[in-house]
Write a protein that binds this ligand. Structure first.
Ligand SMILES: [Cu+2]
Length: 129
């Protein structure tokens, strides 16, 4: 039988886990190449200190597979509002699956320091209805 303390702890955990889920604007999943299928592919290439493309338009509820590569050094691709990120190691093709569930404009950025200019390495994801 559960003690009162165990029940309280379990309830608090459920509340905390629920709170973590709120505020995310997408379901996100990072996976090695070859594991993502049936999603629209969008190629995003990084190099010091830009992403190409810098503006990505997605449809709410439509799953996309972002194919991430870097032309030079290790980069990070991070969409804080969607709780989504992936490293982009040189010579590798990374995949980040997103299913946006909120309309709006969300910033993505490089979160691995890659030199002076790194601070300005960002772009936007615009989610439309
Ligand atoms: Cu960087």
């Amino acid at each position: 039988m559960k003690t009162f303390a165990q029940i309280v702890a379990g309830t608090l955990c459920m509340l905390a886990c629920g709170a973590l889920g709120l505020g995310a604007a997408a379901y996100a999943q990072s996976a090695p190449e070859g594991q993502v299928k049936h999603a629209k592919l969008i190629k995003v290439s990084a190099r010091r200190f830009v992403f190409d493309p810098r503006n990505i338009v997605l449809k709410k509820g439509e799953t996309v597979d972002l194919e991430l590569t870097t032309a030079d050094v290790l980069m990070g691709f991070n969409v804080p509002d969607m709780h989504a990120r992936s490293d982009i190691p040189p010579g590798q093709v990374m995949h980040l699956t997103l299913t946006p569930d909120k309309v709006g404009t969300f910033t993505f950025l490089c979160d691995v320091f890659c030199g002076s200019g790194h601070e300005n390495m960002d772009g936007t994801i615009t989610v439309i209805e």
